[in-house]
Design a protein around this ligand. Structure first.
Ligand code: ADP
Length: 308
């Protein structure tokens, strides 16, 4: 241990005075210089940081609530396409069940054929349940929870939610995901929210292009002690004003836009100790990148793992 570390210390503590509510104290101790061989005097100070702590706690809660509201808005915007996506497996379930019932009534087809029809119906029902489960997980109001997570899986979760919308607009996704990346310390739902924001913004920028040119590249790579994620589109990109203002709260060029997506995304990434930046893409388009610090903690199961 270095000498300076041994001689100064600090921390925050909850203290309960004889009467009245708990207060939060910051306690710090510093050793003062002394002649060689003489005992060093120590100054210990107690600062009441209760008010600051409450203000910070309130700010953190407001940020989490805002992120939750915008997640619900995101799903609301995707509702029409998600409903369509849900309709497909449900129609398939009806058809497989009807086919099996017809065979049973008519006495045609063996048991194996009927069981096969029912198995197919179950698989489609599970697909529909999976879509609903992903949506509910994403919208759930919850305390932010960080844990070690594989970033490529988080990209996969985001693509599973936004995939139907991309297909609807004829947008091709080109994943370039690095193998064997270390885990990142992240709240999976919040990072999924950032990805959804970037991917949906990219998709919206691409709708002005002919279908054949609509392409989003999603890259993951190791960058020093962080993992970097890039979402690159071949849309019109930004003019000088857009480049300057894109992360400003309420900056939007969309009729229905709130201009909060990138502000909230940047807040989420910075709270994770990373950075969200924008760079023009070559030969045209926008490339948003964010970093997340890697962790050596063991992985924990994803929120939807093991759920029915
Ligand atoms: P909103 O989507 O509600 O407008 P955002 O903060 O997500 O809010 O985006 C702010 C603005 O940045 C958008 O209105 C759009 O003008 C611009 N923008 C974001 N992503 C892109 C992109 N990939 N290509 C071009 N412009 C973009």
């Amino acid at each position: 241990m270095r000498r300076s570390e041994a001689l100064s210390a600090g921390g925050t503590f909850l203290a309960s005075p004889a009467r009245g509510p708990f207060v939060r104290l910051m306690i710090s101790a510093h050793a003062l210089p002394a002649p060689p061989g003489a005992p060093r005097p120590v100054v210990v100070s107690f600062t009441d940081i209760t008010a600051r702590w409450h203000a910070e706690e309130q700010l953190r809660q407001h940020k989490a609530e805002l992120a939750h509201v915008t997640r619900c808005c995101l799903v609301g915007e995707m509702a029409a396409v998600l409903a369509h996506e849900l309709n497909q497996p449900l129609t398939a379930v009806i058809n497989y069940c009807r086919g099996s019932a017809l065979r049973l009534r008519a006495g045609t087809g063996g048991a194996a054929e009927i069981v096969e029809g029912l198995d197919l119906a179950v698989a489609q029902a599970e697909r529909a349940a999976g879509i609903i489960h992903r949506m509910r997980e994403f919208m759930r109001k919850r305390e932010p929870q960080r844990a070690a997570a594989p970033i490529n899986d988080v990209v996969g979760d985001a693509l599973a939610l936004v995939g139907p919308e991309l297909r609807h607009h004829g947008i091709r996704v080109v994943p370039r995901l690095a193998d064997q990346l270390p885990l990142v310390q992240a709240d999976r739902i919040q990072i999924e929210q950032v990805l959804l924001n970037l991917i949906r913004n990219a998709a919206e920028a691409l709708t002005s292009l002919p279908v054949i040119e609509r392409r989003i590249v999603i890259e993951t790579a190791l960058a020093g002690s962080s993992v970097c994620v890039r979402v690159i589109d071949s849309g019109p990109g930004f003019d000088a004003e857009g480049l300057r203002r894109v992360f400003e709260p309420f900056y939007t060029t969309k009729k229905q836009g709130m201009g909060l997506g990138l502000t909230i995304s940047r807040g989420i990434i910075e709270a994770h100790g990373g950075r969200l930046t924008l760079a023009p893409a070559y030969p045209r388009g926008a490339g948003f990148s964010f970093t997340l610090p890697v962790t050596t903690d063991p992985p924990v199961p994803a929120p939807d793992e093991g759920a029915g």
